[in-house]
Design a protein around this ligand. Structure first.
Ligand code: KIV
Length: 284
């Protein structure tokens, strides 16, 4: 994969035109970024979910721009070929269009992002417009938007009722008209996602728990590999149990140190006999 070509905006639109689904995962660190790049993943989201998955907060709200920039820089170093998306954290874009543009610019200039993502519908259209007018590709995020989890009444499906579904569809159009090149639908019913995808004109629709009809899929990396201990969302398929592999290894390490079977000679460094003899002479 080292001769891999960099994924750029036209690559994504070409995939849509060829009806090839786009692959997108969250990622927060250098080694995981390296593996995802090697695996040929198209896009990485350095999500503010890092507040929960990496920093152990109960929600994404305490995450700062400094947290996001630091993690995004690390991912970019590991994954130079992927299309890298920085997730605007809580209150980095809500206060004003100017705040939104400044912070979106930081993701591009300081962390090497290809685009930014922010949460919210028509009420955030002016932020999207301002960011896009500044030359920064922008992605909208509708449905379950974790920064509004309190207002939404918890982590639950959004748009099950016709009125709420219509609102999500109107929001999607508003974001598209504001210039978003992509919209992520999180935990929206599959049929609503299908309608939005069919009605999108020049906007790529991505699904997180919103069914198969979108132009591509996003998953949270930690859910895929059993790495988040607090809960496992129903929509997340587990593709491996890295958590168990690591836990078993840790227990074995503790056991081998305790029983003195680790380390073995291949795990340490020796010294030539003559040097050791000289050393003991020096110590006399
Ligand atoms: O922060 C994040 O990882 C996200 C996903 C839940 C879409 O925004």
């Amino acid at each position: 994969m080292s001769d891999r070509k960099k994924v750029i905006l036209p690559t994504l639109f070409k995939k849509v035109a060829n009806q090839e689904p786009i692959t997108w995962l969250t990622c927060y660190d250098f080694p995981t970024g390296y593996l995802q790049d090697q695996a040929g993943i198209d896009m990485i989201l350095v999500g503010d979910s890092l507040g929960m998955t990496m920093l152990g907060y109960e929600s994404t709200l305490p995450v700062t721009m400094e947290d996001m920039i630091r993690h995004t820089q690390a991912v970019r170093r590991g994954a130079p070929h992927v299309f890298l998306v920085g997730d605007m954290p809580y209150m980095s874009y809500q206060p004003s269009v100017e705040t939104a543009i400044r912070n979106a610019g930081r993701f591009m200039a300081e962390a090497g992002c290809d685009a930014i993502k922010l949460e919210g519908g028509a009420e955030m259209a002016d932020r999207i417009h301002g960011i896009v007018c500044s030359g920064i590709p922008a992605i909208g995020h509708l449905g379950l938007t974790p920064q509004s989890v309190s207002a939404l009444g918890g982590f639950r499906v959004q748009g099950k009722g016709a009125l709420q579904a219509k609102k999500i569809m109107d929001d999607a159009k508003a974001l598209e008209q504001a210039g978003a090149f992509m919209i992520l639908l999180e935990m929206v019913p599959d049929r609503v996602c299908k309608l939005i995808t069919e009605r999108a004109d020049n906007c790529i629709i991505m699904s997180l728990g919103s069914g198969p009809h979108a132009h591509g899929q996003l998953l949270i990396y930690h859910d895929m590999f059993g790495l988040y201990p607090r809960f496992k969302p129903r929509m997340a398929k587990q593709f491996g149990d890295a958590g168990k592999v690591i836990l078993d290894g840790l227990k074995q390490y503790a056991d081998e140190v305790t029983t003195k079977t680790f380390p073995q000679p291949e795990n340490w460094f020796g010294m030539p006999d003559e040097e050791y003899d000289e050393l003991t002479r020096l110590l006399e």
